[in-house]
Design a protein around this ligand. Structure first.
Ligand SMILES: [Zn+2]
Length: 150
């Protein structure tokens, strides 16, 4: 069943059997898991870190950013979880997916090397990296919803 809404469940450990329509959030392990909102049954893991996903929470209302693109699964579903709503995004072509994946990998490498270099140093370095990452996703979302070029 395609989920139009998802509700958060704050847990210490992500359970083995996930219920559809539930976003399991572990603060302790800085990760979220849910069953793909298209109903295919695949488990989608979204680690929470500056280079991966960010969770905003207002009580029982959560948003996860950036979008979730299940390129590795047969369904290739692509959606955004915003204030407990599942907003479906346009599917991407193979070329677009490859470009996002390259960019994600570069973000991750940059964040890891910066945090290694910045051990014990100030946080602004990380903030710069996060801002760059956010800019990229804003461009991507604008492109997906607004029709501008990437
Ligand atoms: Zn799916």
């Amino acid at each position: 069943m395609i989920a139009a809404r998802i509700r958060p469940s704050f847990v210490e450990f992500i359970p083995d059997d996930l219920e559809e329509g539930v976003l399991y959030i572990s603060d302790r392990y800085k990760t979220c898991s849910h069953k793909c909102c298209c109903g295919c049954g695949e488990e989608v893991v979204t680690p929470l870190s500056p280079a991966e996903w960010g969770l905003t929470r207002e009580g029982e209302v959560v948003s996860l950013w950036p979008s979730i693109g299940n390129w590795d699964y047969a369904c290739r579903s692509h959606y955004i979880i915003e204030r407990n709503q599942v907003r479906w995004a346009a599917p991407m072509s193979a070329r677009q997916i490859a470009s996002v994946q390259r960019r994600d990998a570069a973000d991750l490498r940059r964040t890891v090397s910066l945090s290694n270099a910045a051990k014990g140093a100030a946080d602004p370095v990380m903030e710069t990296s996060m801002a760059q990452s956010v800019n990229w996703w804003q461009r991507l979302i604008r492109w997906m919803f607004g029709g501008g070029d990437i």
